[in-house]
Design a protein around this ligand. Structure first.
Ligand code: APR
Length: 249
């Protein structure tokens, strides 16, 4: 990350009326939450299609719960890092004109204090009943190997968007609006290979008069880099606080 790029990104932010941020697993890496694509598409030794697809659920729901229970346990031991807190500071400045769209299901943005937050891939803390359809926040307490709905006795599944499933409209529509309407889009800690989440980047660029500026924050270049106007390469827990500091008061 050059000092010049940091200053340019801060300048664009200062002029921006609306700001949108898209985050991925990288923003939580410094908190101790593993990212997804570090090890050959395997998630803790499981093939993605076994633990994060409707087909995997149909084949072996117990394995799916084992996987999500382990992830819930991990998240119970971690805390937001300076990257999450820097994004709260940006929201404090822009208020309703700031939208944080996250692919993360760990809830750390909410723990940090982000409120204009769209969790487009769901949440590890919520369950969905396959019987009565109720969605409930169950925090991070252990749920047991095959949890059942306390209301109707139906089987519960994690309220997570799996591969091959549509994103819930109540979060996806406002995410599209926020990306299309922003002046600066920050793309933080995502490999930008999973769609439709990654399509928010071309959506932000599609608007004319003028198109949004896209600023990528990541350890390395990604699929997002060719659409980014600037890349700030380094850990988001370091880069984002620096960006906020450069913005000044
Ligand atoms: N700071 C910034 N970026 C980081 C850091 C860090 N400290 N550590 C890792 N990264 C970057 C990696 O370089 C990588 O580009 O974070 C990105 C993580 O990429 P993925 O593991 O692919 O995670 P993500 O993009 O969030 O995946 C998207 O895929 O499996 C699905 O639903 C799941 O929401 C997830 C989606």
């Amino acid at each position: 990350m050059t000092d010049h790029d940091l200053t340019r990104a801060a300048d664009w932010l200062r002029l921006a009326d609306r700001v949108c941020v898209l985050t991925g697993a990288g923003v939580s890496a410094e908190s101790g939450v593993p990212t997804f694509r570090a090890a050959d598409g395997l998630w803790e030794g499981h093939a993605i299609e076994d633990v994060a697809s409707p087909g995997g659920w149909d084949r072996d729901p117990d394995l799916v719960w084992q996987f999500y229970n382990a992830r819930r346990e991990n998240v119970g031991t971690v805390r937001p890092n300076p990257g999450h807190h820097a994004l709260v500071e940006l929201e404090r400045r822009w208020g309703d004109r700031f939208t944080l769209v996250t692919q993360n299901v760990d809830g750390l943005h909410r723990d940090a204090g982000s409120r204009n937050l769209l969790e487009i891939h769901g949440s590890l803390r919520r369950t969905r009943c396959l019987g009565c359809r109720a969605v409930a926040d169950r925090g991070l307490d252990p749920l047991g190997p095959a949890p059942r709905c306390p209301d109707c006795g139906g089987r519960l599944r994690p309220d997570i968007v799996w591969f091959g499933e549509a994103l819930p409209e109540d979060v996806w529509e406002p995410a599209l609006e926020a990306a299309y309407g922003c002046d600066v889009l920050l793309v933080v800690g995502t490999s930008a290979v999973v769609h439709p989440a990654a399509s928010l980047i071309p959506v932000a660029k599609r608007r004319r008069h003028p198109a949004a500026k896209v600023v990528e924050v990541n350890l390395t270049e990604t699929e997002a880099s060719r659409l980014a106007d600037i890349g700030l390469y380094g850990p988001s827990g370091v880069v984002l606080p620096k960006l906020v500091e450069r913005l000044g008061s």
